[in-house]
Design a protein around this ligand. Structure first.
Ligand code: KG4
Ligand code: ZN
Length: 341
């Protein structure tokens, strides 16, 4: 008998539902909340309310797109941590209610583990299955809230071997964009302008952080001072140089990330290397990983674009492994905002 899992993701500002049958994603519906744009960042209470409005239609569409009925479900999974508490609660309560009503197991999934396992979601190019990483592999997980290097020994055995001491890489993109006067979330816009710019035109500092850890708060301050100085001399400085500024900021963020990945590869001897999380959608990071992979003889992997930013397919994939391991939760399980795992 096949294993059919409904997974729900509601940790931040995307309401998403996905159906997975025997490790194959049948549907992945994502409703992105636009309400936060006007505030320049995610407003937690508005996120919870939008999840409440979205969750039923999003789940309905995921079930319909997959061509199944609720009675076909073997289990229901949800993002349990980390995230905004109110937002997580909406997905958790919905999943618990369905688990109770349908009398099927409940599976709690860690959002960061799921970002990593997005690399294992079966995909195909021109009808041919895409190659997937072999264990052990390293994953650079870069999102709006986290920046980690994870050593993965098996789907459910992962260890964080490096992480940020302050801002996440996505925050570094978004805060830089905000200083430049670009709307939220600025990461994709920096990526867009950077494509036209010269990454070596302006030089921003690379912090000296021990081990495999990261820091991005100094970069934000350096960008702020750099812009204050230059706009004092020429008020049109940003408009005239936007592409070069974006390319130079992006170049620095990418080199900070990739130098630590290289260090991790040398330290662990692992040569299968993945990226995951919202920032793995960045075109510069994707091409740099591929180039460095050729140079240092790594096998590199990048999730399909739709599995980089928050999505329920990655929750479903993780839940599939947990289902096989019999790793179920009780209805009493709480959501948590913290990232520890
Ligand atoms: O994983 P994600 O969707 O949500 C979190 O779990 O945080 O990541 C969102 C982050 C945001 O900071 C967004 O600006 C960044 O990913 N991001 C990008 C790009 N697309 C999304 N950053 C740089 N370039 C992109 N193309
Ligand atoms: Zn995420």
């Amino acid at each position: 008998m096949s294993t059919v899992i409904l997974a729900i993701e509601s940790s931040c500002d995307e309401t998403s539902a996905s159906i997975c049958r025997d490790g194959v994603i049948l549907s992945n519906v994502i409703a992105s909340q636009k309400v936060h744009e006007q505030y320049g960042g995610v407003v937690p209470e508005l996120a919870s309310r939008a999840h409440m409005q979205n969750i039923v239609p999003v789940v309905d569409k995921a079930v319909k797109d997959a061509g199944i009925t609720m009675q076909d479900l073997s289990a229901i999974a949800f993002t349990q941590a980390p995230g905004l508490i109110g937002a997580l609660l909406v997905g958790a309560q919905f999943a618990k209610s369905l688990s109770l009503a349908l009398d099927i197991p409940l599976i709690a999934v860690h959002h960061m583990q799921a970002h990593v396992l997005a690399n294992l979601i079966p995909t195909a190019t021109n009808g041919q299955p895409d190659p997937k990483p072999s264990f052990p592999f390293l994953c650079l997980t870069v999102s709006g809230g986290h920046t980690q290097i994870v050593l993965c020994e098996s789907p459910l055995k992962m260890k964080v071997i490096g992480e940020t001491m302050d801002d996440a890489a996505g925050e570094a993109f978004d805060k830089s964009a905000k200083i430049l006067g670009l709307p939220y979330p600025g990461g994709p816009l920096i990526d867009k302008y950077a494509r036209e710019g010269n990454p070596k035109r302006f030089s921003f500092p690379e912090p000296r952080i021990p081990e495999l850890n990261f820091s991005f708060s100094g970069l934000k301050t350096a960008i702020l001072y750099f812009l204050q100085e230059n706009t004092a001399a020429d008020p049109q400085f940003v408009e005239k140089n936007l592409s070069d500024i974006c390319a130079s900021i992006q170049y620095r963020i990418i080199t900070i990330l990739m130098n630590k990945v290289k260090k991790a590869a040398i330290q662990t001897g692992v040569t299968d290397i993945c990226i995951a999380g919202g920032v793995s959608a960045n075109s510069g990071l994707r091409s740099t990983l591929t180039e460095w992979g050729k140079q240092f003889k790594w096998n590199t992997y990048i999730p399909a674009f739709q599995y980089c930013t928050d999505n329920a397919a990655m929750i479903a994939m993780t839940a599939y492994y947990k289902y096989q391991a019999g790793d179920f939760s009780t209805l009493g399980i709480d959501v948590t905002a913290r990232a520890e795992w």
